[in-house]
Design a protein around this ligand. Structure first.
Ligand code: FAD
Ligand code: 2HG
Ligand code: ZN
Length: 482
């Protein structure tokens, strides 16, 4: 059998390449296909794109200059941060025409101000580095997610990421005060204002957040900092039912809402996968359960008796028969071990086989119904499949994932992806929820946007896109249905 010929990529015009080289220098333009490989597939393995070049500007001015050149030449651009998108948002398509714009060299923390409680960070700063820099200044940058060692400030803002602490601090949008960004034609908007109040016309900064790189390129942001926690308590609880998890959330919220830093639900199937696949993972409670919750309490007050609060609420819930067992962390090592059980869910699902993800949200009061109804509907759709619901229960955001039946051909299971997502979405729609809570729309879900946000809402989005990016060059094929 002859080898399938590799299709040649359409090259960038030589004059454009020369101009990009002159502007960005040798480190700023990568055309060797071997070096592009890590940038052409996504974390989930859903997409494999093609691209003639990866651009790596080292400053806002260089980036703006490159955008001007690409805009004049009519070349499409895909912004890429840490490439941890769960919806293929940072993937070029297969045409080989789309240039990848990496933010990795815009990685400076320009300023930290512990009086204003702000940090000015460039888009390519890794989230964990931003957290560490804040801690170094005696403050907290609270955004926290499993991919924080790779995801970037630009990426979390472009997707309006949520994560584990949204219940207390809000999502990425709520943590941003000002933004510097570059429009598709290369013009720079410098909105790095560190103001709590700034009602001066349309809030363009908020238009960029959650636009997934389809309206402009985020180059730097003013981020909000908070006092660092001085008291903490964390527990893993086994629960009787989904309703018991909601009831426990309400008990903590009623006692002291400000103390709840994270409230994460995990179903029994997901925990089984973590215990099976993740080295060193052990359950700190005696018996397996069908439902677990991780409760994380924190306060900036050193005298806050969070252990007392934790014990009092758990005692009430044990007496009420909602919580069947609980383990409180006694050390930093135990705290990390409990968090690991939660954070390794995506990796454990990957190691088990094929899975389909549905990142959905509903009003918090409907979370138990969401988990139960989706679980039943999915098992009826694909007998033997294993629902793996987990996530940010305090925000009403559950990852209503489905793991393939044991022994089933992964490709045959993945061929049912759309049926599976439709099945979850039917329940979510009935419960007045959203088909994408925190991961965005990306390349995976534009058809859902058409279904869910049609009419005047989608039309207004199209007009905004046409006004800011009339040539349609920025992250084509993402977010808006074509
Ligand atoms: P990328 O994946 O590179 O890009 C994401 C999108 O933003 C793309 O559309 C891209 O074009 C655009 N973009 C990137 N940088 C810029 C920029 N500077 N300007 C304009 N557009 C840009 N997400 C959550 O919300 N909560 C979670 O708890 C969470 N946990 C995760 C756990 C794991 C293990 C993994 C793999 C992912 C998780 N995610 C989570 C998803 C992902 O980490 C987030 O979406 C994150 O915000 C993406 O950041 P990034 O730098 O990797 O962006
Ligand atoms: C998380 O909360 C991430 O861990 C990933 O948002 C969710 O793997 C997923 O579905
Ligand atoms: Zn999540």
């Amino acid at each position: 059998m002859p080898d399938t010929p590799v299709p040649a990529l359409p090259a960038l015009p030589a004059a454009l390449l020369d101009a990009l080289h002159a502007l960005l220098g040798p480190r700023g333009v990568v055309t060797d296909q071997a070096d592009l490989v890590p940038h052409l597939s996504d974390w989930r393995g859903l997409y494999r794109g093609a691209s003639p070049a990866l651009l790596r500007p080292s400053s806002t001015e260089e980036l703006a200059g490159a955008m001007r050149l690409l805009h004049e030449a009519g070349v499409p651009v895909v912004p890429q941060g840490g490439n941890t998108s769960m919806v293929g948002g940072a993937m070029p398509d297969e045409s080989g025409r789309q240039v990848i714009l990496s933010l990795s060299r815009l990685n400076r923390i320009r300023d930290i101000d512990p009086v204003d409680m702000t940090m000015v960070a460039e888009a390519g700063v890794i989230l964990k580095a931003a957290q560490d820099a804040a801690a170094g200044a005696g403050c907290l940058f609270p955004l926290s997610l499993g991919a924080e060692g790779t995801a970037t400030i630009g990426g979390v803002l472009a997707t309006n990421a949520g994560g584990n602490t949204t219940v207390r601090y809000g999502n990425a949008r709520d943590l941003m005060l000002g933004l510097e960004f570059v429009l598709p034609d290369g013009s720079v908007v410098n909105g790095l204002r560190r103001l709590r109040k700034d009602n001066t016309g349309y809030a363009l900064r908020h238009l960029m957040v959650g636009a997934e790189g389809t309206l402009g390129i985020v180059t730097a942001a003013v981020l909000r900092l908070f006092p660092r926690p001085r008291a903490e308590a964390i527990a893993l609880c086994a629960l009787e039912s989904e309703e018991a998890a909601l009831s426990l959330f309400r008990r903590f919220r009623d006692r002291d809402e400000s103390a709840v830093r994270a409230f994460e639900y995990m179903g029994g199937n997901g925990m089984d996968l973590v215990l099976r696949h993740i080295e060193g993972a052990t359950l700190p409670i005696a018996e397996r359960a069908d439902h677990y919750v991780l409760v994380d309490l924190a306060s900036s007050r050193p005298d806050a008796d969070l252990r007392g609060l934790m014990e009092a609420v758990l005692e009430e819930a044990l007496e009420a028969g909602e919580v069947t067992d609980a383990a409180l962390a006694e050390s930093e090592a135990q705290r990390q071990a409990i968090w690991r059980l939660r954070e390794e869910h995506p990796e454990a699902q990957k190691r088990e086989g094929a899975s389909v993800k549905s990142d959905v949200s509903v009003p918090v009061s409907k979370v138990p119904e969401l988990i139960r109804r989706c679980g039943e509907a999915l098992q009826a759709l694909i007998p033997g499949s294993r629902p793996v619901p987990f996530g940010h229960m305090g925000d009403g955001n559950i990852h209503m994932n489905l793991e393939q039946p044991e022994g089933m051909d992964p490709a045959a299971f993945l061929a049912r992806s759309h049926d599976i997502m439709d099945c979850v979405n039917a329940v979510v729609r009935d419960l007045e929820g959203s088909f994408s809570a925190e991961h965005g729309v990306g390349r995976l879900k534009p058809h859902m946007l058409a279904d869910w946000r049609g009419g005047a809402e989608l039309e207004a989005m199209r007009r905004i896109k046409a006004a800011l990016d009339p040539k349609g060059l920025l992250n084509p094929g993402k977010v808006l249905p074509t």
